[in-house]
Design a protein around this ligand. Structure first.
Ligand SMILES: *Cc1c(COP(=O)(O)O)cnc(C)c1O
Length: 459
């Protein structure tokens, strides 16, 4: 056997063993890390070796030093932020993506990569209830998906106003008005900043953080009819609430606005007949952003942008270089995303969808919602606990009396380590936020979470 092959075998054996051990330990281990970043730095050693090391030894050192500093985010007892776990088929497919090491930018560079892109894209549009002909790009997350969708929006509304951004940039361009809900995700603001659009105008929201259609209509009416983008949200990170697409989108379209939907985790409501109504009307928007690394439970990092008019996505993202062998009739992967070189990011998405099938995905979404509802019901029975949101999807926001008390319950819960839930501020109050995003969370995990909450609240 060649030295290179022996090196691969030995290093991959260590990685495979350590990955299996990590996954096997998730059921019982404390969710929080037991080592600090400083501990991990010390265990790794900060001195760069003057010469080569054995590859298997490098992987072993990494696993030994890093594991205590890992948070068990793929555990069924992790309810912090909005972070999904990893489905087995998606994880294994992701390993193959690394081994194959394809540059999936171009069909010529990876026929298989683009074939999988095309199938996964068509399945996603179908499952999420989006228009079949939309252009789909596989990006790193919803921040970049928002960026790509809003880039198409910016270029399109300015082109209609007679301004070519690609040619002239933004200096001297007509002002683009961007309207967002007051409780949009902050990554929308950063996407707008990257695009040179500045800070958006915030529209009033209701008690669940949803854009108020009347406030949006008033804001649209106060404009001059110039280039306008409206960014709506499917899935508020605190309440799980969905903006009123059926009234907001026609109002925005009536004044010629482009409508983008940030549905990082909420767009997956479209995959289940039970939750689909939450998205009613969202399919009439012009662009959509979602994550596969949240609700779909694909390994990090994986986001998806879809744009109704594929030409608008291409004109915002694409460029020509003589060495890039393209086909005028085919929208190459690199023409739909900000990156050129990219891993075959659609492969784990395809594997997740292929392993779940239509009913499995619907069942996954339903299960996450059912667990969130069980958390809310169980929490209502804990003395002093209050459920602050209408639990319509996967998010639950709790308070325990005043802000100091809520913070204290959160601190105790984290010290206990059985589950992880994150503190936040919502509607002027300190809250403890439960996000059910992991495919492997089961009834026992929810029961253990409620017990841990009751212990923390009783102390
Ligand atoms: C997580 C999230 C984002 C940002 O997504 P990343 O994948 O972290 O880039 C944007 N919007 C919403 C609503 C989110 O939940």
């Amino acid at each position: 056997m060649s030295a290179a092959r022996e090196d691969f075998d030995a290093a991959l054996d260590v990685a495979g063993d350590r990955a299996r051990a990590w996954l096997a330990g998730l059921g019982e281990r404390t969710v929080r890390a037991t080592a600090s970043a400083d501990d991990v730095r010390a265990a790794l050693g900060t001195e760069l070796p003057s010469g080569p090391s054995d590859p298997a030894d490098v992987v072993r050192l990494l696993a030994d030093a890093a594991e205590p500093g890992l948070v068990a985010t793929p555990s069924g007892r992790f309810f912090g932020f909005v972070i999904g776990g990893t489905l087995p088929a998606a994880l294994a497919a992701d390993w193959l993506v690394s081994a194959w090491d394809q540059n999936a930018a171009l069909r010529a560079a990876s026929p298989a990569g683009t074939a999988v892109d095309d199938i996964a894209a068509a399945w996603l549009l179908d499952l999420l209830g989006l228009p079949a002909g939309a252009g789909v790009g596989f990006v790193t997350g919803a921040t970049m998906a928002n960026f790509a969708g809003l880039a198409a929006a910016r270029d399109f509304v300015l082109a209609r106003a007679g301004w070519d951004v690609g040619e002239h940039g933004l200096a001297g361009a007509p002002r683009v008005r961007v309207l967002v809900g007051r409780e949009r995700h902050d990554s929308v603001d950063s996407a707008l900043r990257y695009l040179g659009l500045g800070a958006p105008e915030a529209v009033a929201v209701d008690d669940q953080g949803r854009v108020r259609a009347d406030a949006l209509v008033a804001a649209l009416g106060a404009g001059s009819g110039g280039p306008t983008i409206v960014c709506l949200q499917a899935g508020n990170i605190h309440s799980g609430g969905f903006d009123p697409f059926a009234s907001a989108i026609p109002a925005a379209h009536a004044v010629g606005a482009w409508v983008h939907v940030d549905g990082a985790f909420g767009l997956w409501a479209g995959a289940s007949p039970r939750t689909r109504a939450l998205l009613a009307g969202a399919e009439t928007a012009d662009s959509w952003a979602t994550d596969a690394h949240k609700t779909l439970n694909v390994p990090y990092d994986s986001g998806i942008v879809a744009v109704r008019d594929p030409a608008a996505l291409r004109s915002a993202m694409s460029y020509h270089a003589d060495y890039l062998v393209t086909d005028a009739t085919y929208l190459e992967p690199y023409e739909r995303v900000p990156e050129l070189s990219r891993r075959a990011r659609s492969v784990p998405v395809w594997a997740a969808l292929r392993s779940l099938g239509r009913s499995g995905l619907a069942e996954l979404v339903d299960r996450l919602c059912r667990h969130a509802a069980a958390f809310a019901d169980g929490a209502r029975a804990i003395p002093g606990a209050e459920v602050l949101n209408d639990v319509v999807f996967t998010q639950v926001c709790l308070a325990f009396g005043d802000d100091e008390r809520t913070r204290e319950v959160g601190r105790r819960l984290m010290a206990d380590g059985t589950v992880w839930m994150t503190g936040s501020r919502w509607r002027g109050r300190e809250v403890l936020r439960i996000s059910v995003s992991n495919w492997s969370t089961d009834d026992t995990d929810v029961a253990r979470g409620l017990d841990a909450l009751a212990r923390a609240a009783a102390g």
